[in-house]
Design a protein around this ligand. Structure first.
Ligand SMILES: NC(=O)c1ccc[n+]([C@@H]2O[C@H](COP(=O)([O-])OP(=O)(O)OC[C@H]3O[C@@H](n4cnc5c(N)ncnc54)[C@H](O)[C@@H]3O)[C@@H](O)[C@H]2O)c1
Ligand SMILES: O=C(O)[C@H](O)COP(=O)(O)O
Length: 595
């Protein structure tokens, strides 16, 4: 992030619904708006506060190291065991919320936040308790802590596997109750047995390493896992049917998604060897619990060890929990002292970073843009937003824009340019001036879709230095009328084009006219018949109106023909000044645009 610093400044465009607003990737210029200037050190303003520190609500117990870290940046409200109503009542006072798996962050929570909640931090891996669609629609970033509890979960999986195989959980209370039943609790050996891992991600891989140390034959079903990672650990990736057919032990390590929901069902159990043993430290919902009960009762499944349940805590009369061949723990996979301290620090860093504006590496509902890409694209990010703002203000009528064609010209190959950030900023520029919606990287594509804005992107590969990510960006808005006919291309679309010069965004084309003006402050576009004296007249009128001109440029088709004059101004001219400009005879049309 070397090229960025983060500041707390007021939002650029409109007042926030709360005292704290999120203006993701709005760039502000810390220097006066005079041209020409030296390249600026750009400031990436993501979180801006008009007054106090942000407030972070911690809704479930978090390790103390994480709480301390949060306190260095924000007011921290630790309120545990809240009802949904309590949470909804509090959330409009909070900028970030941190939960574990016990809190359901529903659409109602996002709606109740009235736009203030900007980050949800899930202190753990599974985000199935967070309504991601609702978060995205509300422009709320969701981050998780995906690595710190991996080992704890894997160790718990192995603990359940061995405890189940040797009947530890049943034998221990029996001995304590005075029963010495050695023949009742004869177990099964692990060595040489086939362990199937359903899901071969972080936890699955760590379980594999440990199980191999116990002498087990380990195979995995995971259609998305890289084969070389599996090979490196000595694990064969197999088909779903083969996984079901060959397992002596089957351990679940996949997220709960539409595809994995009830993946262990009657069909799956019907394929398994009689006497198979099941371990679940993933999510309750990946097993059809009624089907498991039937499989236990029929003897297909000899034993099950469950840490997670469809409903948590499970009802007291849950037949699966009460089954004599089932051992259970209360979702303890991540619950070691070490893991909880690690998770707390991991999530605290992610939430604070997100509030400061850093693109969290663990963002769940936003594209991850690596820091080096972000640093390189920074001036183009600003250019993209300004071009969007400019283009939409050239549209006549209040109907907005239905389609935009974005052309990125670059000497780099088409696959070597990540445009998601630029697209988001163009969307922000196009939508924010005509709506009350705040657009950021999280909700840009969603907001565009919701408003029926179709975005087509194309790349032009130019000769030049691939060191520079982009030569120019061009926007074309088709099927709209323009309040400035000079901005229309030959095909009748509003066309604006810009590039970055010395680190600053410049407008270089309006319609068919080549211009050159720094995109700072505000802009007056005039179309006139090219003739001597016009620049002077307009300049004098602006001077009389106390408007400081920072730049002027004229682009003409040919001498004495039509020309477009672009004038960069620091102040907004009053109506009288604008009227006087309009009265200059040679000026055919003009428009004032706020950038
Ligand atoms: N019990 C606990 O306390 C505890 C602790 C940590 C993690 N977990 C859970 O364990 C699970 C795994 O966590 P992780 O950190 O290893 O996640 P991960 O994302 O690293 O790994 C998940 C793996 O599942 C695979 N997968 C996804 N869909 C699949 C499908 N349809 N079929 C087969 N494989 C599929 C993915 O390709 C990935 O490799 C998650 O559900 C997580 O919530 C539970
Ligand atoms: O997904 C996870 O990280 C685990 O299920 C842990 O959840 P917990 O933080 O509620 O223990």
């Amino acid at each position: 992030m070397a090229a960025f610093s983060f500041t707390l400044t007021p939002p650029l465009s409109k007042p926030s619904p709360s005292s704290i607003s999120w203006t993701l990737f709005s760039l502000s210029s810390p220097t006066p708006l005079h041209f020409p200037t030296k390249p600026l050190r750009k400031t990436l303003v993501v979180f801006s506060s008009l007054n106090a520190k942000p407030t972070i609500l911690v809704a479930e117990k978090l390790g103390s190291a994480g709480i301390e870290l949060l306190k260095t940046f924000a007011n921290v409200d630790c309120s545990y065991d809240m009802t949904t109503e309590d949470l909804c009542a509090k959330i409009s006072l909070c900028d970030a919320l941190i939960v574990r798996s016990g809190t359901k962050v529903t659409r109602q929570v996002f709606e109740s936040s009235a736009g203030r909640l900007k980050v949800v931090g899930r202190a753990g891996v599974g985000i199935d308790n967070v309504d991601l669609a609702a978060a995205t629609e509300h422009g709320c970033l969701v981050v998780n802590a995906p690595t710190a509890n991996t080992i704890a979960a894997a160790e718990h999986g192995i603990a359940l596997l061995t405890a189940m195989a040797r009947n530890i959980a049943l034998a221990s209370p029996a001995v304590k109750a005075g029963k010495w039943q050695r023949s009742k609790y004869v177990g099964v050996s692990l060595v040489g047995k086939t362990l199937v891992l359903m899901g071969f991600g972080k936890v699955g891989s760590e379980v594999a390493r440990r199980a191999k140390g116990l002498g087990m034959h380990v195979i995995a079903y995971d259609p998305y896992a890289p084969a070389d990672r599996a090979r490196a650990i000595g694990v064969e990736l197999v088909s779903l049917d083969e996984a079901f057919l060959t397992a002596d032990f089957l351990s679940l390590h996949m997220p709960l998604t539409a595809n994995t929901s009830k993946i262990l069902n009657d069909y799956a159990f019907s394929k398994m060897k009689k006497g198979v043993r099941i371990i679940n430290v993933a999510r309750g919902g990946v097993i059809d619990e009624e089907a498991l009960l039937r499989a236990l009762n029929s003897g297909i499944v000899a034993q099950a060890a469950l840490d997670v349940f469809t409903e948590e805590p499970p009802p007291k009369d849950n037949m699966l929990v009460l089954h004599e061949n089932v051992i259970v723990t209360p979702h303890l996979g991540a619950s070691t002292f070490e893991a909880q301290e690690g998770v707390a620090i991991e999530i605290a860093e992610a939430v604070v970073g997100a509030l400061k504006g850093e693109l969290a590496a663990t963002a769940v509902n936003a594209p991850m843009v690596p820091a080096e890409v972000l640093a390189e694209l920074a001036p183009f990010v600003l250019l993209a937003e300004k071009l969007g703002r400019l283009a939409v203000q050239l549209v006549a009528g209040g109907g907005g824009v239905q389609s935009v064609r974005i052309t990125y010209a670059s000497a780099r190959g088409p696959d070597d340019l990540d445009t998601r950030l630029l697209r988001a900023m163009i969307t922000k520029g196009l939508i924010e001036p005509i709506s009350s919606v705040f657009v950021n990287l999280v909700n840009a594509d969603f907001t565009a879709k919701q408003r029926g804005l179709k975005i087509a992107e194309e790349r032009i590969v130019l000769d030049g230095s691939p060191e520079k990510p982009l030569e120019f960006i061009q926007l074309q808005l088709a099927n709209v009328e323009s309040k400035f006919a000079g901005a229309l291309s030959d095909l009748g679309a509003i066309k604006v084009q810009g590039m970055v010069k010395e680190g600053l965004p410049h407008l270089t084309m309006v319609g068919s006219f080549g211009v050159d003006v720094s995109l700072e402050g505000s802009l007056i576009l005039c179309k006139q018949v090219d003739q001597p004296g016009i620049i002077g007249k307009v300049g004098s009128i602006l001077g009389e109106g106390n408007v400081n001109v920072n730049f002027m440029s004229v682009g003409r088709i040919a001498p004495q023909k039509q020309a477009v004059m672009t004038i960069g101004v620091d102040e907004e001219p009053d109506t009288e000044t604008l009227r006087k400009i309009g009265e200059i005879k040679a000026i055919e049309e003009f428009v004032f645009l706020k950038l």
